[in-house]
Design a protein around this ligand. Sequence first.
Ligand code: 1HN
Length: 358
Amino acid sequence: MLSNASSEATQEVLEEYYRELEGFSLAPLWQVQETALIPEPVSKASPYIWHWRDLEPRALRAGELIGTADAERRVLMLLNPSIKDRIATTNSLFSGLQIVMPGEAAKAHRHTPSALRFIINSDGGYTTVNGDRIPMEPGDLILTPNWTWHDHGNESGEPIIWLDGLDIPLVHLLEAVFFEPYPEDVQPVTEPIDSSTAKYGVGTLRPTWEEGSKESYSPLMRYPWDQTWATLQRLAPNVDGSPFDGVMMEYTNPNTGGPVMPTIACHVQMLRPGESTKAHRHTNGTIYHVVQGQGHSVVQGQKMDWEPKDVFCVPGWTYHEHVNASATEPAVLFSFTDTPVLKSLSLLREQAHPQDHQ
Ligand code: 1HN
């Protein structure tokens, strides 16, 4: 006979038993099962917005106070206020603001966390990735995938500032972080300038003498802003776009049509004048950067007003919707997220808000 009888053990006997378990590195699942198997995700991260008016002076001040000898990378970390014990902007992704002063170079190194840069201010900056020297122009997306050598330089007279995005929290969780400095401060440039853009930048033309990269990441390292902007402008008047994201485009790996890196997908979206989206939520968290325009997003019922160059994060499984406040000007958001990881593990879920709005 099967039965569901309760224990007849006294409280005292149970307490003694639980104390004894601790000594053997054992613990009863039945006391914590509800925290292990929750009905739906509850992110450790909070929604948060960093305003450019607060960021810019502090980034420039870091440029005055901290020399390259004191900082391999002069990065102001955008740390989620609800995550105390790790370097994280959302639960799985990190973002920071990096500044390179005139005449400076940030040393060559490589690491297994993958990085992207979205260029904010630059007039003569460059990044070299595996021997390919890539110019940095405002609005460009530049990739530094897993284990690629990279160093940055500024040969202009003005500070250069960009937004860094890395999968550091995720790679730390997986205990797969490796780091190696390059033997010299600066790696040699071994390719013609900006060669990945020349070879792969059109997206529909491929160099036949190369087999096609076997790497899991995009062979194209720079996605120039002028192409991105031209595409958005051309499409926006003629398409419905997404009810949740407006005219949202994904930056793709030209070899696969898939995400630019195996851990991070990058998107750019235009909210047309007066456009407001419906609310939805998905298991991936997202970090947004306002390229242009003014508006607000409602995240978990909280209104966040944004302006150009602000950065904000939407934790996973958190309802969010976006509003372009201008009746005449488009708003453009760049964003990055860990959907490729969730998708490949069958953990990507999305849900529309039942009332369309929060
Ligand atoms: C890093 O190596 C870079 O190479 C930028 O530019 C930001 C944040 C955390 C850890 C390493 C870079 C980073 C970073």
